[in-house]
Design a protein around this ligand. Sequence first.
Ligand code: PMP
Length: 367
Amino acid sequence: AARAQPGVQRLKAYDPGHDLVALRRKFGEANLAELGSNENPYGPSPAARQAILDSLHALHRYPDPLGADLKRALAARHGVDVKQIQLGNGSHELLMQLGQVFAGPGDEIVFSRYGFAVFALSAQAAGAQMRIVEALPRDAAMPNGHDLDAIAAAVGPATRLVYIANPNNPTGTWFGRDALIAFLDRVPGEVIVVMDEAYAEMADAPDYASALSLLDRYPNLAITRTFSKAYGLAGLRVGYLLAQPGLIAVMDRLRESFNVNGLGLAACEAALGDVDHLQWACARNAEQRSALSEALGRRGLRVFPSQTNFVLVEFGARTPQIEAALVERGVILRPMGGYGLADCIRISVGSPDENRRLLAALDEVLA
Ligand code: PMP
């Protein structure tokens, strides 16, 4: 039988939760509320669609292996050098590669309980030890959030990488600049701190801060971002990594030559140019996030604070039954048992119409 390396032997394959293809066939796409994967219900900028159409003549060609145009656009956007950018087939690929490139057997990778699921996958794929730090308690000001003090304390001589998501999935939690600086000051320079900022564009709280402005100050900082969320391009699988040129150059050794497809390169460059669309989608998300949180709260549910495009909601002991009854009504959410949050469901913030359908189905189920 196929015998995996020890880190992979214990792993289970990705479980998408539900068979979306079958559900779409059963209900018809228009009747489903697909709120399980934190997608952007508004879709990408029209400029991105046009860029895809304009690239169709080149489908028989390999894409630009360097992704030079997209990197230039990203460099201009973030005020960094193109040598500080690596593109990935989604930020998922980059998170996995960071583990592979910088850690191995005998090394440790540190992350928080309830940290994004790919952190554990990356550590195990690399054959490294996982050092899982307890999250902040559920009744803390930032429930289930990253305990940065405890994470810094867990960093030891074998630690090669620390993964942190800000804001985090599935908790929706976040932290600000002072906490970030205090944390980075405590971590030794030879330990790489990966800040996963997949939801950064959607965070608007005054006490949230991206690590972007700290890149020059902390050479061990690596930031991942994605076009899957705020830019509405999850289907194209494009993410990027920002770090010092030396770190990017090392990462580049393991990169698959054509890891980002041509349609993705063209569409993301165009999407980046349409700041109005991005801001519009983020503003709508913020408005729907608070409306949905309030509506769920009025139904007696505990909704945890979030700076993302989803909310984590406590449903109690009947969570599995409630979730199943919602699926029967065409409402797809993400159960959290796999994360050790079995009494919670993660609900993506949908369009106003999807959110209405969710609430109507919920009222039937909770009645
Ligand atoms: N980081 C976090 C925190 C996420 O929630 C996700 C998507 N669920 C990703 C990274 C990966 O996104 P992608 O591979 O689409 O860039």
